[in-house]
Ligand binder design. Structure first.
Ligand code: AHR
Length: 660
């Protein structure tokens, strides 16, 4: 058994002296009597964007794809289901359900046979679990000739029913009909048939099927397993709804939050810009139903204890792609600025205010406690600053306590970024959003980055980053590069107040962008090694940085990659937290000194993220191949030795009194 396997097998982690021959042992000298900068509660958060089928077909638990027939290919995911009957199925627009929802399905049934209607194949199949309830709903009407009912039937791949519900009482007026279907079997790729049982004309719209078991059992809710993955990160904030999706590709494609609230049947569907952004990953049927809209985002934030961070369109489409950015002229920016002001009222206003009442009507009379708003995403140059300043003045005039996030563009070392930071010398900025998708080595090279930032300048939001290996795989090596960099963000918590990996979700077979933090299909979910690294930072954050000197690193190790560590203190737990990354292929012995600490417990906890190889990954079949393992940390004192496994991120938690 090699040394690393031997370490991984220990239930009790203790201190090893035998490693000194491998390397000169560095000392992590932690000045427990010198608590340093406070760490913002928002330091580690999440970035949500509807990319890679993150929302529709992903987190949003709707099982019917193209439920309102608003895709450009109006019958996408639908097929005629005759069952010995005869008739026609087509999409109509006369006298629609409402102005936002213009298309509906018309069944002209000549003879119903065993039921005549339409079947929906979901998002690559509808996954159902035996004995679980599924909530069916539809908006429907019929002509006078129709004397039958509707049958909603969940069926397996062979067309065998696995659960049904019947809906009676259709009339000439649009009405909403609901029923519950209990699944008699577990089926991965079921489909849903909606059948008319008699001849006549029947119109259908907003055909919907949700599992009853959503996250927190909310109606119009979220996939519980995916939402739990977010909650388990213990995110300090959640940024939504993006990303480039905020900007859109043309004026109609811009994300406007008011389109995304209220009755889901009244929310106009938009196309998803990621359907055509990546030439090598086109997704022509990728749409945004907005069923997961701003109310649901705020609700999710509340449920997972994350501060909401909405990003708003600033009157510009994407500058990155396509290149011909469309600008809202400055004298027409009013409605966009009003959107921002109304958003604050929607989130925080009393239930009897105009927008607060809209929130209350959706079921949340209490405020959502919005504190942050982002103005634009990855925008740059003067055209951005012209618009940003208008937003800034208007929002601060009415809501001086709202903290505004501005952007430094898509890079962190280019001319756009320099232009932005030059601007911040004169243009007011609370927090600046910086993005970096770079090779793993870049993250090591940039560890000193924020030490060079002006302490009196704006704060920084490391708003989108990920270590990109050349094959775009999410390996342990990538996670360790990000973790090493995160130690530097925490050490610079007086400048960096927020950080989030991006993108968050990826659905297998439906990706436009890799790597991503969490992968899923219709039934399974898996965190990447980066997910677990970020989880360790989120869960074991601490409130204050403890000053630390690192002494005596072996020269050879220094030339290659070395230990990267940060110490913090968790006041409520009364624990010193040390996070240390050893990206080298050898275990590394370190001496840990808790200088100036009061009484120190002799036992603590060690939580280690490692694997046999730096190239190790997680898959849906082996989701926890690379995942943290916890053991008892024995033999702790004010100076003790510990072996950091090869290719590892280690968290040590030690009860100790600190400070003066
Ligand atoms: O995270 C994917 C994309 O990367 C985001 O939408 C955009 O902000 C950035 O360019």
């Amino acid at each position: 058994m090699n040394l690393r396997n031997c370490l991984a097998g220990l239930a009790v982690t203790t201190l090893l002296g035998g490693l000194s021959s491998l390397h000169a042992q560095p000392t992590l000298a932690i000045h427990a009597d010198k608590p340093g900068v406070a760490i913002s509660p928002t330091m580690h958060g999440i970035f949500f964007e509807d990319i890679n089928y993150g929302a529709d077909g992903g987190l949003y638990a709707e099982l019917v794809q193209n439920r309102s027939f608003e895709h450009r290919e109006n019958l996408y995911a639908w097929s005629k289901d005759s069952r010995g009957g005869e008739g026609e199925m087509k999409v109509e627009t006369d006298d629609p359900l409402n102005a936002a929802n213009k298309h509906y399905l018309r069944l002209d049934v000549k003879s119903a046979g065993r039921g005549f209607g339409a079947a929906n194949s979901g998002f690559g199949g509808i996954a159902v679990v035996k004995d679980d309830d599924y909530l069916f709903s539809v908006h429907a009407r019929c002509d006078e000739a129709f004397k039958g009912s509707l049958l909603a039937s969940l069926e397996d791949e062979k067309g065998q029913p696995i659960g049904q519900c019947r809906l009676e009482g259709l009339s000439g007026k649009w009405g909403r009909f609901t029923g519950t279907i209990k699944a008699g079997q577990t089926v991965e790729k079921a489909h849903l048939a909606v059948l008319a049982t008699a001849s006549g004309r029947v119109d259908l719209d907003m055909v919907s099927l949700f599992p009853r078991k959503t996250w927190k059992n909310r109606p119009n809710g979220l996939r519980a397993d995916l939402a739990k993955m977010l909650a388990d990160l213990k995110p300090g904030f959640m940024r939504f709804p993006g990303g480039c999706i905020v900007e859109g590709m043309d004026l109609a494609n811009m994300y406007r939050w008011k389109d995304t609230i209220g009755d889901v049947a009244q929310r106009p569907q938009n196309w998803n810009r990621w359907m055509i952004t990546m030439k090598n990953a086109l997704a022509p049927q990728y749409y945004q139903t907005y069923g997961l809209g701003f109310y649901e985002y705020f609700q999710l934030c509340e449920d997972i204890g994350a501060t909401p961070l909405p990003i708003l369109n600033c009157g510009m489409t994407c500058q990155f792609y396509p290149k011909d950015c469309k600008l809202i002229p400055l004298d027409q920016l009013g409605p966009f600025v009003q959107d921002a002001l109304d958003l604050v009222e929607f989130a925080n206003g009393p239930a009897d205010s105009a927008w607060g009442a809209r929130r209350a009507a959706m079921g949340h009379p209490e405020p959502f406690n919005l504190k942050y708003i982002g103005i634009g995403n990855e925008q740059w140059h003067q055209e951005y600053f012209d618009r940003y300043e208008v937003f800034y003045k208007a929002i601060k005039a009415k809501y001086p306590d709202i903290v505004l996030i501005t952007t430094a563009g898509p890079g962190v070392d280019d001319e756009k970024w320099k232009f932005a930071w030059n601007k911040f010398k004169t243009v007011p900025a609370d927090i600046v959003d910086e993005h970096y998708y770079r090779p793993p080595q870049w993250f090591y090279d940039q560890i000193g980055r924020y030490e060079r930032y002006d302490r009196k300048g704006p704060k920084v939001f490391a708003g989108e980053y990920a270590a990109h290996a050349s094959n775009r795989h999410s390996t342990l090596a990538c996670a360790l590069a990000e973790a090493a960099f995160l130690t530097s963000l925490v050490k610079n918590a007086d400048v960096v107040v927020m950080s989030s990996y991006a993108p968050l979700f990826a659905k297998v077979g439906n990706t436009q962008w890799q790597p991503d933090l969490i992968w899923f299909d219709n039934t399974r979910v898996c965190g990447t090694p980066s997910y677990y690294a970020h989880q360790l930072f989120g869960v074991h954050k601490g409130d204050v940085v403890l000053t630390m000197d690192m002494k005596g690193q072996d020269e050879k190790a220094k030339r290659n990659a070395q230990i990267h560590a940060v110490a913090t203190y968790d006041k409520a737990a009364g624990e010193i937290i040390i996070k240390a990354v050893n990206p080298t292929p050898q275990a590394m012995g370190v001496t840990i000194e808790l200088q100036g600490a009061g009484e120190v417990a002799s036992q603590g906890r060690a939580i280690v993220l490692t694997a046999d190889s730096a190239e190790a990954e997680n898959t849906l079949d082996k989701p926890t191949n690379v995942s943290p393992k916890e053991s008892v940390l024995a033999g702790v004192s004010k100076s003790f030795r510990y072996a950091l496994p090869a290719n590892s991120l280690t968290v040590l938690r030690i009860k100790a009194a600190v400070g003066k």
